[in-house]
Ligand binder design. Sequence first.
Ligand SMILES: C[S@@+](CC[C@H](N)C(=O)[O-])C[C@H]1O[C@@H](n2cnc3c(N)ncnc32)[C@H](O)[C@@H]1O
Length: 270
Amino acid sequence: MTDGPAMQAYYGRDLERDRLATGVGRVELIRTIEVVGRTLPEPPATVADIGGGPGRYTDWLVAAGYSVIHRDVVAHHVEQVLDRHGRGVDAVVDAAVGDAMALDLDDGSVDAVLLLGPLYHLATRADRLTALGEAVRVARPGGVVYAAAISRWAVRLHGIVVSGLHREFPAVLDTIDELERTGRIEPVTDGGFSGYAHTPDQLREELEAAGLVIESLVALEGLSFAFDDVDERLDDPDERAVLLEALRTLESVPDLMGLGIHLLATARPT
Ligand SMILES: C[S@@+](CC[C@H](N)C(=O)[O-])C[C@H]1O[C@@H](n2cnc3c(N)ncnc32)[C@H](O)[C@@H]1O
């Protein structure tokens, strides 16, 4: 099951509220919208944002004219969505606490499913297949599922080498090899991130085992996690174009796929 108390402790710090507003999070947002936008059915359509967190993608979908169902296991993330999109009969979004492994949605009831978070926190293959199976179940025939995963090498590359996690928490250097062997991310401190990190081949295998046909698998942020001037680059139209074009061009090169923070798959039920 979802790594319960540790995950709730991490998200209790409310780091998700503004995570996609700056730095590499901003690249993640721009690139996710770009990749999803390639295949998302035109509105009006219903999109389930499962593990939608504070709802940044829900906001985008609502503004674009979609009907949105938002579910997340962290109650205060759902509250943030309700605060912005209303409650009860006035609600613009159907937002509620819900588990990706047991969705309260009918079979074939949505046109698209965003699963941009639950796979980060399901430690066993069986649980990840259950969550993917739920996405398959609620998607209509011909619908589309977008599934994101954390790259197996993100903790070493982004957490340690770029962000210097080891300076505050030296023990991470003793556990990184084991993390990369198993995929399991253990918290380095109380309220630290816990979760699961995929290799690209493993994500492919799990999607297919869940009954999905993969249309694309891309590296989302590529090398941009390594720059300390990401915002400056994104604010400069020429630099932004160069950066995004590089990420787009290299997004599916197999040799580079794991060199980033997130993988994003676009897939359809068989
Ligand atoms: C890193 S956040 C991502 C939020 C948002 N989708 C985004 O991409 O910005 C991961 C989210 O997945 C949620 N989550 C984890 N396991 C879940 C599960 N089994 N069911 C529903 N939500 C889950 C967490 O509560 C958290 O809000």
